[in-house]
Ligand binder design. Sequence first.
Ligand code: TYD
Length: 205
Amino acid sequence: MPGLFLSCDGLDGTGKSTQCRLLIDRLRAAGRTVVSCREPGGTPLGDRVRELLLDKQYDMSLPAESFLFMASRAELVRHVIRPALADDSVVVCDRFLLASVAYQGYGGGLSLDAIRAMGQLATGGLAPDLTLVFDLPVEAALARRGRAADRMEDRAQDYHERVRHGFLTEAAAAPDRIRIVDASGDADTIHRAAWAIVAPLVGLP
Ligand code: TYD
């Protein structure tokens, strides 16, 4: 079978990374070669960019932050994702360009057009065949993240609301490429819902 590019996204605390892992295990058990990756990072340069992005000593401007995410993405596309797809592997990426659109765009207020233009440059136009967005109300996602929602500042809560709205809006605009998965159940239930969407794409029951 030809290569397939899947990405998982959603707010922190929606169980996205666990679901990526379950998806990868399931695809491998079915005999597919899977290359897994996550953003930011996944290449030598990308891993160093990830350290910069996570380092709290920098009061980073929104454009600088966006360029760094894009730099990591460009490296990942060139060195990992394109070669894997050329090899007919299934690529499962924990976050991709949609994260920049949702976080830096809807959340941070950077122009969506600017992000899409940067994204085009970073990816050379490569987009996931399918993105699963694991969705939970912000309060529930924050609680699952292990941090009580009432300790968050209002602005932080607002920010996450905008990010969630971004994911939902983008999914509504491109329902064939971006699918929302209700992440309110237990891991198995969520995985079943995700698998029901992915399985037909890889010719599996
Ligand atoms: P995340 O997937 O949560 O990494 P981890 O599970 O290893 O902590 O990503 C880290 C943060 O980066 C998360 O809050 C989302 C954010 N992010 C953006 O703001 N823009 C992007 O383009 C990407 C890829 C991530």
